[in-house]
Design a protein around this ligand. Structure first.
Ligand SMILES: Nc1ncnc2c1ncn2[C@@H]1O[C@H](COP(=O)(O)OP(=O)(O)O)[C@@H](O)[C@H]1O
Ligand SMILES: [Mg+2]
Length: 350
């Protein structure tokens, strides 16, 4: 399939700056994300990737202030959307943005829907809270068809428990698009869907991009989707962004050892000889992040400097990486693991 989304202009629609987020329990805050910075331009698909537990979902929930409030989530930083800071605007202002200007497709559709209400009431609800020019019933029915339901009426009278996970996910995608949002935070939007429906949904998002300039933050662990649909990508590891690049540049020339690990772990149909190589180990939980570079325990290149937090280095315009292998001012090429270890006196940091 040809790439559906790719275009972008330069002024950001959303600029997230130094978003840090933690959870408080027993009087102690466990930081989960730290200094997350990225921007999304009008009409682009921005990929946010990383293994499970890296902080992709909490970042998006944090942007819309949808995290548990009562003494639990702690947020700092800035998220400028069309000149207003989402993190500091009044609850009332944020309610008018949520759903109408910025919509989210949640990773867990069954948890995001009210089990006691039929789908019709849930899909018509946003129209009660936001002004809309047109007939809500027509819009709802049209979108249900667009996400692949041949009989929208049947879906509308169903309750969530009567639908499969994939059907619920499609209902939620329709729900997110109802009010023509400018920005869609799509958290693993097609994970529960088979590949044909996945392609149909992504083609729908591409059409919305062409028709109305929709921007999408595409959160996924599937780099193939990013390669196909996104124009730029940021990689998160253990609560931090570690690399950001235009997608083509990233695919050919990823610098961070974690990004390289993700690419090497990808199964490839185009290269019969390619054997996917998993990254050893797993993402640490937030209370066990190592000091310095959080990837150092799993990194084949780790050396003593990695106990210090790496700063950003710009590799080329729009391509930046936070890794001590690329120090200021002149980034050096990535050496092989053995060279890196010899240079720093033998052992990787453990
Ligand atoms: N309500 C919460 N309270 C405490 N920790 C949480 C909460 N929600 C998420 N976390 C922690 O935040 C980290 C990032 O989670 P998440 O954003 O779901 O990752 P991803 O979406 O990248 O898989 C995980 O370590 C997770 O355990
Ligand atoms: Mg998630």
């Amino acid at each position: 399939m040809p790439p559906a989304f790719k275009s972008s202009s330069s002024a950001p629609l959303l600029r997230v700056e130094n978003l840090s987020l933690g959870f408080k329990a027993n009087g102690k805050v466990t930081p989960v994300t730290e200094g997350v910075t990225f921007e999304v331009r009008p009409g682009e698909v921005f990929g946010l990737v990383g293994e499970s537990g890296c902080g992709k979902t909490v970042t998006c929930l944090g942007l819309l202030r949808l995290l548990p409030k009562v003494g639990s989530a702690v947020l700092s930083g800035q998220a400028m959307f069309e000149g207003k800071d989402l993190l500091h605007m009044s609850d009332e202002d944020l309610r008018s943005v949520r759903g109408a200007e910025i919509a989210m497709i949640f990773q867990e559709p069954s948890a995001a829907m009210n089990p006691l209400l039929p789908i019709r009431s849930q899909l018509l609800m946003p129209f009660k809270h936001h002004p809309y020019n047109g007939d809500p019933e027509v819009r709802v029915t049209k979108l249900l068809r667009r996400v692949g339901f041949a009989d929208p009426e049947l879906v509308l009278k169903s309750y969530p428990h009567e639908l499969s996970g994939g059907m619920l996910q499609r209902v939620m995608i329709a729900h997110a698009l109802l009010l023509h949002p400018k920005l869609l935070l799509a958290d693993e939007p097609t994970t529960a869907l088979d590949v044909t429906v996945q392609a149909q949904i992504l083609e729908l998002l591409a059409e919305m991009q062409r028709e109305s300039g929709l921007s999408v933050v595409l959160i996924t662990h599937n780099l193939n989707l990013v390669a196909q649909y996104a124009s730029r990508v940021a990689v998160m590891y253990a609560g931090r962004v570690v690399e950001e690049a235009p997608v083509a540049d990233f695919l050919d020339n990823a610098k961070h050892p974690y990004s390289q690990g993700l690419l090497e772990a990808l199964p490839r149909l185009d290269e019969a000889a390619h054997v996917p190589k998993p990254i050893p180990g797993s993402v640490p939980s937030a209370d066990k992040y190592p000091s310095g570079c959080r990837f150092r325990d799993r990194c084949p290149y780790a050396f003593d400097r990695c106990t210090v937090v790496p700063q950003w280095t710009e590799i080329s315009p729009g391509h930046r990486v936070a890794c001590h292998l690329f120090p200021h001012p002149s980034p050096s090429p990535l050496p092989s693991p053995s060279v890196a270890m010899e240079r720093e006196g033998g052992k990787g940091v453990r």
